[in-house]
Design a protein around this ligand. Structure first.
Ligand code: CA
Ligand code: CA
Ligand code: CA
Length: 187
């Protein structure tokens, strides 16, 4: 009987998640199956999350970046990623509109969630991405220089921090910035 009940809830949940995301019910179901296999108790821990990134970036150290990413996935900040959090984040990062992706990226960059991205926050993220990729090529632009460049374009009122508006407006008008922020390849 318990089994029957939980299946029923599952079906409703899947319908709801298909409405909330860009996935069809069939796709949600497939992701759910995989998620349950990896996390039988329905929760993805920070450690398990980091393991996924280790597989993708064998030459670098993704632990710092995956930790930062984990906090954006974990919407309710209870220390684990539940399936609904997982599928919503996946929907935005893979099929979301540019604006949705930028909003999501803003949350990632705004490390202390005070509504502004500082130069230090942006350097931190870019650093953690480079460490993850494991690219120590000397040709790469110094992350500090890159941050200065991005800020000179986006920080319209020159207060050394980016508001959500500045971030959205600037990134929309210059697609290169989204590329620099790189999110296409990494998420
Ligand atoms: Ca959570
Ligand atoms: Ca901040
Ligand atoms: Ca500003």
């Amino acid at each position: 009987m318990g089994n029957h009940c939980s299946r029923k809830i599952e079906k409703q949940k899947i319908t709801k998640l298909a409405e909330q995301t860009y996935f069809t019910e069939k796709e949600v179901k497939q992701w759910y199956k995989g998620f349950q296999q990896d996390c039988p108790d329905g929760k993805l821990t920070e450690k398990a999350f980091a393991k996924i990134y280790e597989r993708f970036f064998p030459n670098g150290d993704p632990s710092k970046f995956s930790k930062l990413l984990f906090h954006v996935f974990d919407e309710n900040h209870d220390g684990t990623i539940e399936f609904d959090e997982f599928i919503r984040a996946l929907s935005i990062t893979s099929r979301g509109t540019l604006e949705e992706k930028l909003l999501w990226a803003f949350k990632l960059y705004d490390l202390d969630s005070d509504g502004y991205i500082t130069k230090e926050e942006m350097s931190d993220i870019l650093d953690s991405m480079l460490i993850m990729i494991g690219d120590v090529s000397p040709k790469l632009i110094d992350p500090k220089e890159r941050v200065d460049q991005i800020f000179s374009e986006l920080d319209r009122n020159n207060d050394n921090r980016l508001s959500l508006d500045e971030f959205l407006e600037g990134s929309k008008s210059d697609p290169r910035i989204v590329q620099t922020l790189s999110l296409n390849n990494i998420l």
